[in-house]
Design a protein around this ligand. Structure first.
Ligand SMILES: [Zn+2]
Length: 272
């Protein structure tokens, strides 16, 4: 592991290096890590900013959307001046302004059944900040097939959820929790039901924290647990999740072996 930090890097990361659980070795792990952020919206904004600030060496950002005025109530990586700019480019600009030492790869296009596994395989870990079930299931399936840890969060109105999926290490996958996408129109999206902007910030920041813990190998993983936050009641609950032996993605008789089922349904990476 390369522990050769410049004086500026030592100063930049000094509050990390002071932590016994991080130290120089942990900071070197962060520098060597490659994380893919899917969706540069309300969750992806704090994710991209905190991962860059933390010194995660390579950060990929996938989003095929452009910044709109209605995004700015919660998507804090973007600015009024960047309305109309590709969200992946805008988020990269914000992250690099905080930390020019990290590398940001931007993918200003749609994640599809054709490109998902290739893209995900280039990274160690994936975090999902999208707002539509087609993309969520595509990311979850691609991560399980490519054996990549997925740190997933979702928000709606005043509620947030978070879990980490590592079926390749024996934990449950996303489909153990949600076997199939709900029929269209049953579960509203944020663009239909609304979301308090700060709720996305909290959940994206929790997601960034879990990503950093997974890279550092410290603390208790959220694999096998689902965090549910009710912001109106200010109540956090943790629910145990177990692998489903009948799961079509990670069970012993799994039927999902590739992404062919997504070939026609992959929608845009529409971030929260
Ligand atoms: Zn499963």
């Amino acid at each position: 592991m390369d522990l050769d930090f410049s004086e500026d890097e030592i100063r930049r990361y000094s509050r990390h290096i002071l932590l016994q659980e991080v130290g120089g070795i942990g900071q070197a792990k962060l520098k060597a890590a490659k994380v893919l952020v899917v969706g540069a919206g309300g969750l992806g904004s704090p994710l991209a900013l905190y991962l860059a600030a933390a010194g995660v060496g390579v950060i990929g950002i996938v989003d095929d959307d452009h910044v709109e005025l209605s995004n700015l109530q919660r998507q804090i990586a973007h600015t009024t001046a960047r309305i109309g700019v590709a969200k992946a480019t805008s988020a990269a600009e914000a992250a690099l302004a905080i930390n020019p030492e990290v590398r940001i790869n931007t993918y200003p296009y749609r994640l599809t059944a054709a490109n998902a596994i290739g893209l995900i395989s280039r990274y160690d870990l994936v975090c999902d900040g999208t707002d539509n079930f087609d993309t969520r299931f595509l990311v979850a399936d691609a991560c399980a097939l490519a054996k990549r840890t997925l740190v997933s969060a979702a928000v709606l109105r005043f509620e947030g959820q978070l879990s980490t999926f590592k079926p390749h290490e024996g934990g449950p996958c996303y489909r153990c929790l949600y076997p199939e996408p709900p029929p269209p129109g049953v579960v509203p999206t944020c663009s239909e039901a609304g979301v308090l902007g700060a709720v996305t910030g909290v959940m994206g920041t929790l997601q960034a924290t879990e990503v950093l813990k997974e890279i550092l190998g410290v603390g208790d993983s959220m694999s096998g647990r689902l965090l549910v936050w009710d912001a109106l009641a200010t109540r956090f609950r943790t629910v145990k999740l177990r692998p489903d032996p009948g799961c079509a993605l990670c069970g012993p008789e799994a039927t999902i072996r590739d992404l062919s089922a997504h070939a026609e349904t992959s929608g845009p990476v529409c971030a929260v």
